[in-house]
Design a protein around this ligand. Structure first.
Ligand SMILES: Nc1ncnc2c1ncn2[C@@H]1O[C@@H]2COP(=O)(O)O[C@H]2[C@H]1O
Ligand SMILES: [Zn+2]
Length: 754
């Protein structure tokens, strides 16, 4: 079978403004790229799908005027914007192009592949032990379109709806592109996995024999787009960071609303919508409703209804609304089906999803937001998350699903689920016993009884800050100084050797991610703590950034277009430019470079100031006020810190304790005092600092009852914690609550709220 090349379109020639690219150095000769044309041999590098480079009028050099004009056009529609502009929370997509990407230019090769490994995988696509990672490898990272096109043929949807295969390819390529390949979990492979699970469920007799082609079409499209353009953080994070999507969807099913609307956007952009014009309203309605059902916070609602139907034996699959309900449940089950895969596959998903949680925790920490329990790599672990998720989320749903289907497939799912659950429980148990052992030995070492005060779990795995000599010099009390989070550009970490040894039998050496959450601190011989460089996992190189659409105005506009209330934007102007919204865990310089890829004038203005390394706080003000939801987090954080420093400085003057001279702004390597520090600092510390187990001073304090009593009777931390929590309003991060008393804090809060 010849797989159509999704890129070289012979049937359509989209009229788009040309984009231009320069040679490697300086403006140089200009190559014009025109959509739909075949590339020159040597110019097939980093193509935007649908835009292939070619030299028009070979040999002719452009005049200066033409060059400037084309440059201006390119600014409007740069390759980056073209690649990322159609979605709302886009970011850099593929960091490196897989070498097999060049297969796009060579369908015959792809065909060979298809008849090889890919065919092998696709031949078994109806079976439950499906490994989406294998398909992804076999297809050179194109599992999503390969699987979907295969399924569309298999179900006869191409013939039934008379679909153009090129448009179908284009549609799935757009969808694939809309997934963030740098998300460990919410990426195109997850979409492939869920679609395959959905395919298995659609094969179940109880379901299959009643479904109409339109329902199959909706179910497959919903499955593959259900997490489209997922930013890798959850809804509470979007709300807490005042993301424009949260405002757009009134804090309700924010991501799911965004996913289905992005799906419709792909239908439109690929022109598939035109091909299904006769059924389009119903198709869109079903896609929206199916995707909205995947909101995990609505689980109880669906589960209760499902139980109701099953208890009353009242499901009638001849009724469209009942079929639709079952498709909703099927998609929900498919979405959380990874715990029901064979252990090796399931475990891989578990590690990936947890890594994504932990990254969110890192963002929260960096922003001084309260770290979500589930996302705190220092206080929870993969086995703990998994046992909870399996028990409280997956099992209840799958029990009912099995009750409904009651087939070999559903029994297989339950079997895998139970087996995997037992494995995670046993891993968790080992973890607990190991921690208990560690605590006892530590207590013995400190010459005291085991601590009676409640200790955060897994304290021994806390990241201990690197104390700069300067900070240590200034330290006056026995209170641990903390807590600057040294966030390196994110990498995956491996479990520490000790823990790996404990969990050894359950783990493979090639596990890409840490089974435990993190063990990034090690103690050197000298007794000081150093950070262990986490081990990189190439396949899971994290986001450099997460980005968002230019403005909520554009989001609103897209929204109204999708609802059919507005004239769609012309292709040239309909592309939304990208801007970062969330903090990148990387060096600011790298971030600046990416941040200012946007063609927005204001942003360009800031770019130069950024690179000059001047006082960016003042310069980011227009950003904070003008482009509210797209605040550069690096700038925002610097502003926050600067303003904090101003507050601290003011307070310090009246502070009874002689504090070391404060050096503003606080940088990532400076430390924040704890204990006797001024009120606002303490509040910040609560959000960022965690007690450091193993810290010599803390051991001493633990051994000293007097010291313990002093702490528990309302020491600064206790007091501030109380104060911080009472001050906190709504979804406002703790840190901002702590700043309410100061004018600068108020200003900052106002600014951030927009
Ligand atoms: N193995 C897992 N462990 C913990 N959470 C999971 C796991 N699999 C899925 N989830 C969560 O369940 C959610 C289902 O919807 P999403 O795919 O949007 O995001 C998913 C994750 O947040
Ligand atoms: Zn999902």
């Amino acid at each position: 079978m010849i797989i159509p090349n999704p890129i070289v379109s012979t049937t359509e020639k989209v009229v788009q403004p040309p984009t231009i690219t320069h040679g490697p150095i300086g403006p140089g000769p200009v190559i014009i790229r025109i959509e739909g044309e075949k590339p020159e041999k040597d110019d097939v590098g980093d193509n935007v799908p649908g835009i292939l480079p070619t030299s028009v009028e070979p040999g002719r050099r452009l005049s200066e005027g033409e060059r400037l004009l084309l440059e201006a056009l390119a600014e409007l529609r740069s390759p980056c914007a073209a690649r990322t502009g159609r979605f709302l929370t886009l970011h850099k997509r593929r960091r490196r192009r897989l070498s097999t990407r060049s297969l796009n230019e060579c369908p015959a090769l792809l065909d060979d592949l298809h008849h090889g490994n890919v065919k092998c995988v696709l031949d078994r696509v109806w079976q439950w032990p499906f490994n989406a990672f294998t398909l992804d490898t076999a297809t050179g990272g194109r599992s999503l379109p390969v699987l979907c096109v295969h399924l569309f043929h298999w179900y006869g949807l191409m013939d039934h709806f008379n679909l153009d295969v090129v448009r179908i390819w284009k549609f799935f390529s757009l969808v694939e592109e809309g997934y963030h390949s740098t998300n460990p979990y919410h990426n195109a492979i997850h979409a492939t996995d869920v679609t395959q699970a959905m395919h298995c469920f659609l094969q179940e007799k109880k379901i299959r024999e009643h479904l109409s082609p339109l329902e199959i079409l909706s179910a497959l499209i919903a499955a593959v787009t259900h997490d489209l353009d997922h930013p890798g953080v959850n809804q509470p994070f979007l709300i807490a960071t005042s993301n424009h999507l949260a405002a757009l969807y009134s804090n309700t099913s924010v991501l799911e609303n965004h996913h289905w609307r992005s799906a419709i956007g792909c239908l439109l952009e690929s022109h598939l919508a035109e091909e299904v014009a006769s059924v389009r309203p119903e198709l869109e309605k079903q896609i929206a409703s199916l995707i909205l059902a995947t909101d995990i916070t609505r689980q109880q609602e669906f589960l209760a209804q499902f139980k109701n139907y099953l208890d009353g034996d009242s499901l009638d699959m001849r009724r469209p609304e009942h079929r639709h309900f079952i498709l909703q449940i099927a998609l929900k089950c498919a979405d959380i089906s990874n715990p029901c895969r064979p252990w090796e596959i399931s475990k891989k998903w578990s590690l990936k999803v947890c890594e994504e949680f932990f990254r969110q925790g890192d963002y929260e920490r960096q922003l001084n937001l309260p770290v979500t329990n589930l996302c705190d790599r220092f206080s929870t672990s993969v086995p703990k998350i998994q046992t909870g998720f399996f028990r409280f989320v997956v099992e209840p749903l799958y029990i009912e699903w099995n009750r409904f289907l009651n087939t070999p497939l559903s029994q297989t799912l339950m079997r895998h689920l139970k087996r995997n659950q037992t494995k995670w429980e046993s891993l968790q148990q080992q973890e607990v016993s190991e921690e208990t052992r560690t605590e006892i030995s530590e207590a013995e070492e400190a010459g005291s009884d085991p601590p009676t005060e409640p200790q955060p779990r897994r304290l021994s795995l806390l990241t201990v800050p690197r104390f700069t000599s300067k900070a240590s010099d200034h330290r006056r009390h026995s209170v641990p100084i903390s807590m600057t989070i040294h966030l390196q550009p994110r990498r995956e970490s491996l479990p520490d050797p000790q823990r790996r040894a404990t969990l050894g039998p359950m783990l493979d050496e090639d596990d890409e991610l840490s089974l435990v959450s993190s063990c990034s601190s090690v103690r050197s011989k000298s007794g000081s703590y150093t950070e262990e460089r986490p081990v990189s996992s190439e396949a899971l190189v994290p986001d450099l950034s997460i980005a968002s659409m230019t403005s909520s105005g554009e989001a609103q506009r897209l929204s109204s277009i999708l609802q059919g209330n507005a004239i769609p934007l012309a292709p040239q102007t309909g592309r939304l430019t990208r801007q970062q919204t969330f903090p990148p865990l990387q060096q600011p310089t790298q971030y600046v470079r990416q941040r200012y890829l946007s063609a927005t004038g204001d942003m360009r203005g800031s770019s130069s100031s950024d690179s000059s390394g001047g006082d960016r706080c003042g310069e980011t003000k227009p950003l904070l006020t003008k482009e509210k939801e797209n605040v550069d987090p690096t700038d925002a954080m610097k502003c926050i810190r600067k303003q904090q420093s101003q507050v601290l400085w003011k307070r310090r003057k009246s502070e009874p304790v002689g504090l070391p001279p404060y050096e503003a702004p606080v940088t990532s390597t400076s430390s924040i005092r704890r204990g006797s520090v001024p009120a606002d600092t303490a509040t910040i510390l609560i959000a960022t600092a965690r007690p450091q187990r193993g810290d010599e001073e803390r051991r001493k304090r633990r051994a000293s009852k007097k010291s313990l009593r002093r702490r528990s009777s309302g020491g600064p931390e206790t007091f501030r914690q109380k104060e911080a929590s009472t001050r906190r309003r709504g979804s406002l991060p703790i840190e901002f609550g702590g700043l309410t008393s100061s004018a600068s804090g108020r200003n900052l809060k106002d600014t951030m709220r927009h």
